[in-house]
Structure formats: C-alpha cells, structure tokens
Ligand binder design. Structure first.
Ligand code: NI
Length: 183
C-alpha cells in the first residue's frame, strides 16, 4: 500500500472525463483501490475519486460518518462506473470542501435525494437510494469523474472562503459552524 500524491485544482486530470472501467480482472485495480483507501485516510477525507490521484478511471470511494447520517454510518463503499439519478429537482445547499482544493470551502447546491448505481470490484451491480449528506458526498465524488470541481457547482461565489477564516470568525462570534469533510 502507498499514500498517493493528490492532484490539485488546475491539473489536467481533474478537468477531463474519466474512462469507464472495462476489465474487472485487471490486478492493478485492487492495488489502486488499496492505495486510494490509504491516501483518503491519510488525508482525513470522506471520499476520493481516482482522478484525484492522477488515474483517469471511473472509480470513487466514500464513507459517511454516523454523525452525518442520523446516527447510521454508510460504510466505506468502492464504486466503479457509478451512475446517479436525481429523484427530484429539489436541491439544498451546504458547505463542501475538496482534497483537490485544499483550505477552501463553499456553499454548493446538490440534489437532496438520489438513487445511485455502481459496480463493485467483483463486477457485481448495486443500487442504493441516498439523501442529505450521503447524497451530497456521492454527487461530489462522481463529479470528479466528469472533470467537475465543486466551485463549478456553486450558485453564489461570495460564499467561497478559507475554512480556517470562517471557523475563526464563527468561534469569535460564539456560533456553530457546520463545515463538510473533504472529498
Ligand atoms: Ni473533491
């Protein structure tokens, strides 16, 4: 296992559409997944997409801490060739952060409820509903496969900020601030 370098905004690999995974027997796929897990944990992220480690393949992973999902964790999920279907046009806004855009945070509208499908490492097909933070993380990670970073999804760029500045100002004002983990 190895901690891989993380691509930051500006890198070409973050701008292009990643390729479908077609060969599930490719032994380098499992190695990539293991290395991505180690990289995500090392960076304290809740999600990571293969283009973020300079591999332009449709592969992402994420998990949802129980504190973010009504006390119920969504365990670490590795998704290959994921597809998202919004269940309505309703969106809500929350702060997001990204390991490829370090230090910054911004308010991003995302579909509130979705269904997503994907293949696992063995090639088996899965389908799950998701809402709230769970739905948000999945949308954020899958955007990386289409060359989209969260600032491109922001409706109001005035909320783009350094997370430590927002936190310091909230602390000084005695306010609670809910910032998302990075993905
Ligand atoms: Ni990200």
């Amino acid at each position: 296992m190895a901690v891989l370098p993380i691509a930051r905004m500006g890198a070409e690999v973050l701008k292009r559409r990643a390729a479908e995974v077609t060969d599930f027997a490719d032994p380098t796929l499992a190695t990539l997944v293991n290395d991505m897990m180690e990289t995500m944990i090392d960076a304290r992220g809740v999600g990571l997409a293969a283009p973020q480690v300079f591999r332009s393949q449709r592969l992402v992973m994420f998990f949802v801490p129980p504190s973010r999902n009504g006390g119920i964790a969504v365990p670490l999920t590795v998704m290959i060739n994921p597809v998202i279907t919004p269940l309505s046009d309703v969106k809500d806004e929350a702060f997001e952060a990204c390991l490829s855009v370090p230090g910054l945070t911004g308010m991003v509208p995302r579909h509130t409820t979705i269904v997503y499908s994907f293949r696992d490492l063995a090639g088996a097909h899965h389908e799950r509903p998701a809402s709230g933070f769970h739905a948000r993380v999945v949308q954020h990670e899958c955007d990386h496969l289409d060359g989209v970073l969260y600032p491109q999804r922001m409706a109001d760029m005035t909320s783009l900020a350094y997370a430590d500045v927002l936190q310091a100002e909230a602390d000084a004002a005695g306010k609670e601030l809910e910032l998302d983990e990075e993905g």
